[in-house]
Structure formats: structure tokens, C-alpha cells
Design a protein around this ligand. Sequence first.
Ligand SMILES: [Cu+2]
Length: 287
Amino acid sequence: MFSMKSILTVFFILFSFESYGKQATDWQLSFQNPATDLMGSVVGLHNIILVVMTLVTLFVLFLLFYVSYRFSAKRNPIPSTTTHNTVVEVLWTAIPIVILVILAIPSFKLLYQQEKSEKYDMTIKVIGHQWYWEYEYPDHGNFYYESYMVQDQDLEDGDLRLLTVDNPLVIPANKNIQILITAGDVLHSWAVPSMGLKTDAVPGRLNETWVNVTEPGVYRGQCSEICGSGHGFMPVVVKVLPEREFMAWANEAKNNYAINEEIENNVFEDEIVISQNNLLQLEENNL
Ligand SMILES: [Cu+2]
């Protein structure tokens, strides 16, 4: 037989936050370890609501059992013909409303806080594609790069299957980072559960959220809006670095991933020149 102690041990392993890392884990129940203060508050609110919900459900269950027992045909052969009781009806309408309003206040407050912060240290743009993410850094030289999942055969030791990418999003720790999210083709959703982030990436729309991660590390999530056959193969990996290291990375990335506005512009100008020449030639030919 299982001893009480072993049952309790399993219970605590399953339910304690500390046993979870910065990604989903096997046999995980409940949330990942919160990586931001805001996610901490979300988990806190969830815990309160869970208690309220459980109490309400148990109370209703008790009432059901009670009436089945107390008013069964055996114990109550002649049923009452009462159809209305104003006091009871007002109560069972008013009490749930009061409970919902009390829960709505902290809930709306959190929703509001999740959408915007008062000031931002930097901005990042996330663009969803079938089936990869693209990250843009407008404040650090306006470079961008693409983030593809690493295929099973290319995984190295210690890499997580379906949760590893070639180029993760890199952000500094302890900074307010504005995240603008959109999509290039169909609906996607950029989600990192431990940061409390899940924002739809909608083509033609710019959605906004923000994050401030306290602890450097690698955090993982997945696309959370079904977007086609590659939906399960476009994970989100966010590497959080101390500010110094982030600046060094950004300087290097600027060159490595250079969009090279100059090159782009030059190509563009060349094309204009070429088309202008073509036009001239056409005009000459016509004449
Ligand atoms: Cu997607």
C-alpha cells in the first residue's frame, strides 16, 4: 500500500512551483515558475479564484445531495406545491453577482497592467510567419532575424525536442520591454507561459504587450493559435541576458543580422535607375 507520506510527496512534487523550470515539463500540473512580477500576481489571483470556485462548487454539490435525500419520494411522499420564494430568489441572484464583481476588480486591474507599462526601455517587434518567428530590434540598429525550430535530427545533447530554435529572441533582464506583435500571413499567437505572455499575432494589426524579466535564463513557449500544418513546430525561445551582455550581443547582432539598410536602399535605388534607363530606352525606341 502507498503510505500517506509517499502520497504527500507525490502531491508536493506535482504541485510545487519549484520543480518546474522555464518551460513545460513532463507530468506538469499547474503553472510554470513565474518569471515576472506580473505573472506572480496572475498566479496569485488564480489561486484565490480556485479557492472561491471550489467552495461554491462544494456548496452546490452539498445542496444537490441534501435535496435528493431530504425530499426523496420515501421521506417526502406529499410534495409541497410552492412555486416562488422571493427572498430565496433575490439571494441566489444577488450573491453570485457580488462574488463575480469582487473577482472582476483584481482581474480587470491585472488585464490592464498586462497591456501597457508607463515607460519602456526598449521595443521589440515580433512577426509570426508560417512557420517561424521573426524578431526586429528597432532601437538597436533596426536589424531583424528569423527564428526557426531545430529539427529532430539536428538536436544536440541537452536540446529540448520541439522547444529549441536556431536564433532565440534575446532581451535584457530587469528592463521594461515593449513587445509589438503582428503576423505576415495567418493568425499566430506569441506565448511564453512563465512570463504570462500570450498575444495574438494578427496580419494587418499591431498588438501590444510588455515584459520585465527579473532573472536571466532561457524561457520557452509555443505558437498558441492554430496556424496550419507547422503550428506545432514554431516554438518561442527567449534568452534573457544581463544588460551588459545584452548590449554586447546587440552590437554583434547588428553586424551579423544586418538588414543593411544601405544595401537595401542601394538595391532599391539601382532598381529605380534601371527602370528609369529602361523607360528612357523605351521612349527612345518609340521615337
Ligand atoms: Cu503559428
